[in-house]
Write a protein that binds this ligand. Structure first.
Ligand code: GLA
Length: 741
């Protein structure tokens, strides 16, 4: 890992063993993009790569030079209207109304390590030499503004972290109307964009489109990163597969409104940008004030999508997830939601918990319904004190009883919300987000607290702190069940109203941080009606997130498979729920429900008191299995093998330990087949010469055979008697354990 600056040519070259990222100070002192891709040997100049041609109907900043037009030059942090007409990364409205800016190189700094981002989630270094940072300071002298571009390169991952800080050094106020976290101009557009779209219970459906001239974008204006689009997307060559070819991945560490946009111009260059969505956003900068953007991650690989994913997995595990739980596997939990919804008594919960403990469950999570008079979703949000009709000894007494059983205890909260039917609303009807003179919209019968206000956050902190300090709580599930409408804050002046949603997200991050500072061993799982705020920003605070309210094992195959494109398995909340499934109505075998949920955090979400002894016996085995292989699943390398979203009737994936000595291979039948073709899977990550024992069965094979000739998984659906004891059926699944001898 190295960052070089070559003064004579004004060149910056960030590199590690896999990638190079090269920029240069251009003729007009602005910053140009030279190259981002597989590592290349440093050249003192790269001047020969400057393509400067005269093109008709262009505009030029220099009087006697009709070859230098920003419209045709790859740039790092472009603005609009000084010969570039593409969408800008930065737009500042000045006092005289002008939007024109020109930020040119002033100075730079290179150092080991990586600074924290004030009040925002960010990747970090662990050792002195596992990340290096370049700060490039640009200045617009006319308006006396400074833009600091941060670039950090990681030693062990093909990844760069970028963010921008804008400072107003002038005497007049400025309004930032656009400030992207990253912009990358690529020289051509022969790419496919993969992004992850959907809706509630259908999160992260993989969408693929070839780039076309014009703008293609995804984003959220829902004030949370959303079920509809995820702030993570990929650009790949059309020929790129899971294991070969160029792929870029872009992620924004942010949980609010975002825009991810690619503009292909008339000469087929591609401008990729990601950041806070400029719609409904303006940030007012008084003299001496500054604005810090969220961080964006850029990954690049030539080895296909799976390698791209592994870079994100490793980077997030080592450089984003923090604290007590960073190196620990999440406890195997039972969540009460689908087991009881709002209908429970202390007795019913305890009987579930006792049975769960006997089966090996480690953590009991009391979901919604424990506070105020919360018998349904119309009431009590904001009243974070226990409902003593249901829990006579409160959360402190109940958490003690759970601990006495031998389980850890977890609690659901939705701190950003308020019900009109609540004591908090009676006291503070003006604390909800609403626009003066208009009736605010509701969502799930609830309203949103104005988390941009300090006193609101203070009140909620005090309530949560009081529960945490008086009870024995090991885990919180932090939910957020609606999008934010009527965005307005009563305390801000008119010219700051477009800041509200970003201030809101900063408020959420502040509360997370405050709780974690005081309770560093607390495990927090983020949630937003399932996966409505499952984003890398959240992983900085909550190492795991509930990825969907859809707990159906077959639907989950697609959700987990696609989520793995950008997120590590240990971040994905995954539970075994009851059958028929409460969302999809589908009946699936208990084995398959577990075989899917293992590849995530793992837990249960069903009424243990209603299970048969036989089911309890199976669950005991499942938990023993998970405990044995949890560390392999959470720290090993994950390979996607068969895509459930394709035309396959099957899905498959595998996980291999870093040293290749152990692997799990799982395949799933979406639908059974009759007289089917033979099937085999080409495995990955094994030692070529290693001899592996495969169970179940009594087969031993060499790693190279399994990887290059394939691992035969043909089963009885092919009409061949593979194993007399096995009959395949719809939703059948199987896990093989590979052990190197
Ligand atoms: C959301 C969550 C669920 C559950 C309910 C409780 O929908 O995603 O897991 O916690 O809220 O109301």
């Amino acid at each position: 890992m190295n960052i070089r600056y070559i003064k004579q040519s004004g060149l910056f070259h960030l590199s590690n063993n896999s990638i190079s990222y090269i920029m240069k100070i251009m003729e007009n002192r602005q910053l140009g993009q030279v190259y981002f891709g597989r590592r290349i040997t440093g050249h003192p100049d790269f001047h020969h790569r400057d393509e400067r041609m005269h093109r008709t109907i262009s505009s030029y900043p220099f009087e006697n030079d009709t070859s230098f037009s920003l419209e045709h030059i790859l740039q790092e942090f472009p603005s609009y209207g000084t010969s570039d007409f593409r969408m800008p990364a930065l737009e500042i409205q000045q006092e005289n109304g002008s939007l024109i800016t020109s930020f040119v190189y002033s100075h730079h700094q290179i150092y080991h390590g990586k600074p924290d981002l004030p009040h925002l989630p960010a990747t970090y270094g662990n050792e002195t030499d596992d990340v290096m940072t370049l700060e490039i300071h640009l200045k617009d002298t006319l308006i006396q503004a400074e833009a600091i571009l941060y670039y950090s390169i990681f030693r062990d991952y093909a990844a760069i972290a970028r963010s921008v800080n804008i400072i107003n050094h002038g005497a007049k106020a400025l309004n930032l109307t656009t400030v992207m976290s990253m912009c990358l101009d690529l020289p051509d557009s022969d790419y496919e964009m993969i992004h992850f779209s959907g809706a509630w219970a259908r999160e992260r459906e993989k969408t693929l489109r070839h780039l076309e001239p014009g703008i293609q974008s995804i984003g959220s204006l829902r004030r949370h990163s959303s079920h509809q689009h995820n702030p993570f997307f990929i650009l790949k060559r059309p020929s790129t597969t899971e294991h070969n070819g160029d792929a870029f991945g872009f992620a924004l560490l942010y949980s609010g409104n975002f825009l991810a946009q690619i503009e292909v111009d008339g000469h087929h260059t591609s401008r990729i940008m990601a950041g806070i969505h400029p719609a409904q956003f303006t940030w007012h900068l008084e003299p001496s004030e500054s604005f810090q953007t969220p961080e964006a991650i850029l990954c690049m690989t030539n080895d296909g999508l799976n390698s791209l994913s592994q870079n994100f997995h490793g980077l997030y595990r080592r450089h984003l997830i923090r604290g007590y739980w960073k190196e620990r596997s999440s406890p195997i939990l039972l969540n009460s939601w689908e087991a009881a919804y709002f209908n429970f008594t202390e007795e019913s919960l305890l009987s579930m918990a006792k049975r769960a403990y006997a089966c090996g469950v480690e953590l009991f999570v009391l979901d919604d319904g424990w506070f105020g008079t919360r018998d349904n979703d119309k009431t009590s949000l904001g009243d974070w004190f226990p409902d003593i009709r249901k829990l006579p000894e409160g959360i402190s007494g109940f958490s003690e009883k759970i601990h006495n059983i031998g389980l850890l205890f977890g609690l659901w909260i939705e701190p950003e919300m308020i019900s009109k039917d609540s004591a908090l609303f009676l006291q503070h009807p003006d604390w909800l987000i609403q626009t003066p003179g208009r009736t605010p919209c509701h969502g799930r019968n609830q309203y949103v607290l104005d988390f941009s206000r300090k006193e609101v956050r203070e009140n909620i902190f005090r309530q949560i702190d009081s529960i945490l300090s008086n009870s024995n709580i090991d885990y919180l599930k932090w939910d957020m069940n609606r999008s934010i409408t009527d965005c307005f804050s009563a305390l801000l002046p008119a010219y700051r109203q477009q800041e509200v949603f970003h201030r809101y997200i900063l408020g959420v991050y502040e509360l997370y941080e405050r709780i974690l500072q005081k309770y560093p061993k607390l495990l927090i799982e983020s949630c937003s009606g399932g996966g409505g705020r499952f984003d890398p920003g959240m992983l900085y605070y909550a190492p795991q997130g509930w990825i969907s309210d859809n707990t159906d094992a077959i639907d989950r195959l697609t959700i987990q498979y696609n989520t793995s494109m950008g997120y590590p398995l240990r971040s994905m909340g995954s539970h075994v729920s009851s059958s028929p499934n409460h969302q999809a109505g589908r009946t699936t075998p208990l084995e398959t429900r577990a075989n899917v949920a293992y590849f995530g955090t793992f837990g249960y979400e069903l009424d243990f008191s209603k299970l048969s002894d036989e089911e309890c016996g199976k669950i005991k085995e499942q938990i023993l299995f998970m405990k044995k292989y949890q560390s392999l699943i959470h720290t090993g390398s994950f390979y996607r093998l068969l895509d459930p979203q394709g035309n396959n009737r099957m899905a498959a994936w595998m996980v291999v330990s870093k040293d290749g000595s152990q692997a799990l291979v799982a395949y799933y039948r979406l639908l059974n087949e009759v007289n089917a073709p033979y099937h085999s899977l080409k495995l990955h990550g094994l030692s070529e010469k290693g001899l592996y024992r495969i169970t179940p069965g009594n087969l031993t094979c060499y790693g190279d055979e399994l990887m290059y000739a394939g691992f035969i998984i043909s089963d009885n659906s092919c009409g061949r008697v593979f194993d007399n004891s096995i009959k395949t059926y719809d939703f059948y699944s199987r896990i093989f354990i590979l052990e190197r001898l």
